[in-house]
Design a protein around this ligand. Structure first.
Ligand code: SAH
Length: 248
């Protein structure tokens, strides 16, 4: 059987016992049906992972002890910060899962002019998104967790990115010029902004362009809001990152 990978927010070293409670414990007990002596893998997002064993599993908690440390790194050499327009519930989950699998380093959920969710429905969404990122990281083997920034207003996110150290800033936008002029040097740190279901407003595109973003198109068809991050991240990994044929 595939060894379950479990993310824990705790300091780890070989021979550390962690106690897992709450929803995660219920998942381990009732869904994965783990038992004492079962092998699992623990990771805390600080690099590498730990071979571990279930010590005990009771109604309230799962106790796991780490045995060995494996310094394996499954992170992308390319740092990609995704500014993701907030999507409807399931589409947002989908976008976060795809972005995590494709090696994104940081996700900033952005509140754009065209907001698909009612503002009141945004309460509690951050925690749900963080849980999605953790589960997705467990499943795909990530050794670091993508960082999930707080909900940020679009204008604020754009100026944060403008002031931060990026080699390339892109705004995914239908109908932008088809230019693929290669940058002089391979970018190592890229910021990409993707709009919500309703797309970016003209004012948002103008603002991004005034702040060192380049409008960037991915073909002539309209991609669904949850397809766009997957397509764009795979494209960037091929052009500049771990899918590239020239080794980074
Ligand atoms: N109705 C919207 C489409 C939104 S799709 C519009 O007309 O703009 C959601 C987001 O996905 C867009 O804001 C854009 O960031 C991205 N996207 C979708 N298809 C794209 C394409 N072909 N090229 C670049 N970005 C695209």
């Amino acid at each position: 059987m595939h060894t379950p990978r479990i993310y824990v927010d705790a300091d780890l070293a070989p021979n550390t016992t962690v106690v897992i409670e709450g929803g995660k414990h219920h998942h381990l007990r009732n869904v994965l049906r783990l038992k004492a002596a079962d092998a699992v893998i623990l990771f805390n997002g600080q690099g590498g992972e730990y071979g571990a064993e279930v010590q005990a599993i009771t109604k309230q908690a799962t106790q796991i002890t780490t045995l060995t440390y494996d310094p394996i790194n499954r992170e992308s050499p390319l740092h990609i910060c995704l500014l993701q327009g907030i999507l409807k519930r399931d589409a947002m989950i989908n976008a976060l899962q795809r972005a995590t699998e494709l090696g994104v380093s940081k996700i900033i959920p952005i509140q754009t002019q065209h907001l698909s969710e009612k503002r009141v429905q945004l309460a509690g969404r951050w925690e749900a998104w963080q849980a999605v990122i953790e589960q997705s990281s467990e499943q795909c083997g990530r050794t670091q967790l993508p960082e999930l920034a707080p909900l940020t207003r679009y204008t604020e996110a754009v100026s944060m990115v403008q002031n931060a150290d990026f080699d390339l800033r892109l705004l995914a936008h239908l109908g932008a010029p088809e230019s693929r002029t290669p940058p002089a040097t391979t970018p190592k740190r890229i910021a990409v902004a993707i709009g919500p279901e309703g797309g970016f407003s003209d004012a948002e595109v103008t603002l991004a362009e005034a702040n060192s973003f380049r409008a960037y198109t991915l073909g002539a068809r309209i991609l669904r809001a949850e397809t766009a991050p997957a397509a764009l991240l795979a494209h960037l990994q091929t052009r500049f990152g771990e899918f590239s044929e020239t080794k980074q």
